[in-house]
Write a new protein. Sequence first.
Length: 360
Amino acid sequence: MENNVALAVPAWVPEGAQRYLAHTETGRSIRDIARSAGCHASTILRQIRRIETRRDDPLVDAALQSLAETHFSVADDRRALSPQINETREEEEFEREALRILRRLCETGSVLAVAEDMDKAVVVRDTGEAGATRTAVVECKIAQALALKDWISCDNPGRISRYRISTSGRTALSLLVAEAENKARARNEFGMAEVQSPFQANTSGAQPDRIRRMRYSTAESPLIALSRRRDRDGKPFLDEALVSAGERLREDFELAQIGPQVTQNWDSFLTGGARGSFDSASHGGKGSSDARDRVARALSDLGPGLSDVALRCCCYLEGLELAEKRMGWSARSGKIVLRIALQRLKRHYEDQAERDCMIG
């Protein structure tokens, strides 16, 4: 099925975005997508999670919404009847527009500015005392494609979002320049003319009453929120290594749930009361046994209390206030215990890596 989806969407759409939309819009399971792609389910899971975390970017979110409506709508099967030449022309026009815009963004002081509810974006260059000069105008559909491909990035989205060329955008620009030079030489040698056609995104497939599927992992991890806080020394309360350890536990936990239903009962690691509606013992099915074993080893190594807060905050994504209440802790003590748990979890993964190296 994935191959059919890949043929239906524009060629510029990244593979990870295609798999994300296949999962969130058509309901395909992570395991099914991984089987079609010939890779491990964890690879698909990481791609999906990465795309979801980028939806705070307005251009990325708009691009995904447009693709969902025009290429992943069940009612829009007309796309299969459109001539393939149109897809080729759209791809060629996208590359020409990308080359034009990325070149402008490489100029010193240049940004791409996008305002809410505007059909076009502009590239402006800071000229110092003279102010700013507009150097290019671009359709928002092109800007959305550039953002989805991670060729431009925005540090602070807002009413007017400003994008700068990214490292991958500079690499892409070099490839586009080389490809354009090769095409120019081919035209000179063989008299071949490049096919011209405006880049347009198909909007006829939008369905106003189409059921919107829930986005993947819409709840933010408490670890991300804590990583934004600063301690007395001005340093992040949770550094990147501790957040990575917690996210690694969460990834294994989610992989362990892959399958028709949840099978593992984690309540034995909860020392401060039940989680409420979670009742894993009542389900059948089979998840990833390796991931399940990794989670069990990590929680066992943490021990009572630490495993409780790690399971609640990293895996169940419970807020600290709720976790403190259920475990009977005093207010604002949860974040301290969580940091201790993450430090212990980080050491667990480091020790596990050393053991794996010795065995290997």
